[in-house]
Write a protein that binds this ligand. Structure first.
Ligand code: GUN
Length: 293
């Protein structure tokens, strides 16, 4: 079994981005500037956004964090988005999801200019992805593709099963794996909560990508021997043996599945770190699209 080491890969990618930023600085070119809007105090969102900002600093990007109370109105949020759309200095921005219930996420997502939508959530970017036209691709599936590419994992003609059909992970993941690209060119099956005979399907997968959002859902008996297993999930579960009182697990029972697979991502230290790299890569791309033509 070979570990798909997101920590090592992400360091490699962050170094590459830093290098490009340095070259831009030396040539007096625009330094990428990412803004993030965070609404409320959700613990997981706070952690994700803090990590995005920290990594911007690490690679030499400018970053701006804009915070609102969870009581912020939809119109106030939209006003800020219009302002960021027009800003000359902000090259890309994100609105961290989920948003409070009184705010329409669809309306917010669609208000972001597609060429600043470095999350790749705008319908236009999703549409471009469906058509196979280069665009901003959602960070997590993009990070998984980068991982498969850098580990030279053969995907052409393979059976790829994607568990989960969310707009930001499962659906774009399945689209990317089925495209005429490398990695890609796989025969893709999407499974979800209504799928029957799940085990029968997952156990035929050469490449199993799990984004179902259920802690340790995938057991060894659901996995084909020698499969490539990519675990997108991350959950805190209670563990009295830890000082913190919890440990992090994915959607896969790592220990028993690892011994059966050819490649597997750990949690933490797998896909999560690649996701941030993708966001930074998209922001760099936004700057290049605007200034380097
Ligand atoms: N919430 C969970 N993942 C993401 C992400 O990649 N981007 C945003 N904006 N919100 C999220």
């Amino acid at each position: 079994m070979i570990l798909l080491d997101g920590k090592k890969l992400s360091e490699e990618i962050l170094n590459e981005i830093s290098q490009e930023v340095l070259e831009r600085k030396n040539k007096n070119k625009k330094i990428p500037h990412l803004a993030a809007i965070l609404v409320g105090n959700d613990g997981a969102s706070e952690t994700y956004v803090a990590s995005k900002v920290k990594n911007c600093e690490k690679v030499g990007f400018d970053s701006t964090l804009i915070r609102y109370e969870s009581s912020v109105s939809e119109s106030e949020l939209l006003q800020k988005i219009y302002e960021l759309n027009l800003s000359k200095d902000i090259d890309g921005f994100i609105v961290q999801l989920p948003l409070p219930k009184h705010i329409d996420e669809k309306k917010i997502t669609e208000a972001i200019l597609p060429n600043k939508d470095v999350d790749g959530f705008h319908p236009m970017n999703v549409g471009y992805l469906a058509l196979g036209i280069p665009a901003f691709v959602s960070a997590t599936p993009n990070g998984v593709m980068e991982m498969l590419k850098r580990y030279n994992i053969e995907t052409e003609g393979k059976n790829c099963v994607v568990l989960g059909r969310s707009n930001i992970v499962g659906s774009p993941m399945a689209m990317l794996m089925s495209k005429n690209t490398n990695p890609g060119n796989a025969t893709v099956t999407i499974c979800h909560s209504k799928t029957q005979n799940l085990k029968e399907i997952t156990s035929k997968a050469d490449i199993l990508i799990v984004a179902i959002g259920k802690p340790e859902f995938i057991s060894a008996d659901m996995v084909k021997a020698g499969a490539v297993v990519v675990d997108v999930g991350i959950h805190r579960i209670a563990d009295e043996t830890k000082k913190s009182g919890f440990r992090l697990v994915g959607d896969v029972k790592f220990d028993e599945v690892a011994s059966k697979s050819s490649y597997i991502t750990p949690v933490p230290g797998g896909v999560g770190l690649m996701t941030i790299c993708s966001l930074l890569q998209n922001t760099l791309k936004a700057v290049k699209n605007k200034y380097d033509v």
